[in-house]
Design a protein around this ligand. Sequence first.
Ligand code: ZN
Length: 271
Amino acid sequence: MPELPEVETTVRGLARYLDGERLTRVELRRADLRRPFPADLVQALTGATVTGLGRRAKYGLIHTDRGRTMVFHLGMSGRWRIEPDELGAHDHLVLETGSGHRLALCDPRRFGSVDLVDQALLDQWPTFAALGPEPIGDALDTVHLLAALGGRSAAIKTMLLDQRIIAGLGNIYVCEALFRAGIDPRKAAGKVSGPALARLVPAIKGVIAEAIEAGGSTLRDYAQPDGELGYFSKRFDVYDREGQPCTRCAAPIKRITQGGRSTWFCAKCQK
Ligand code: ZN
């Protein structure tokens, strides 16, 4: 499943082909992904010029000069194919630009989504209005976490996956950030000390920033015809490393289940 760094990398990759470009052709090759494509999508985007791209949580944003923004989510398996030689059965949306670029949104499992939102109203769009601050940037700080987690008895791991507390932070990066900050994922969120939360903020920003950087280097490999945007692998300290030695103390990494999701952690390093 693409996490925030993959979405950020995808958006940066798409920008090379779309930013400033006129969309000469917009083709829908089926009626829906997780839900139907907007009825006016083709009409609204055909002939529009892309004025910029962005990201909010795990959503990619393609802004146009008509004041409408195409908001896409990659779901479980979505990715953008760059200059595909031929279109496949899972290429559901195709964009062609005035410079002759062709990009296809490919989503085999169709858990993704595409919406059209007025750019001026993006912050009020119900999906975005409910989101907490981005994990990178200035909005996430210790003061926010102290206020959001204070008095909460749910485990810190579970709370950090709540998109209302931090937007777009997925399971991999919550596990990695808690390891880096030395916080036991089972601890009640309201019991995590101020100094520990002060360590957690740079830990979150660090794991996300490093993953985006890793994605950027992967992206260079994709700068070729028929490349794909959306996925890359990275080495992790705890994620998916059950039984393997902790990178800090060599104790075996443990795996538990919290809220239906796996949590990997070092019981020695995380208190
Ligand atoms: Zn350890």
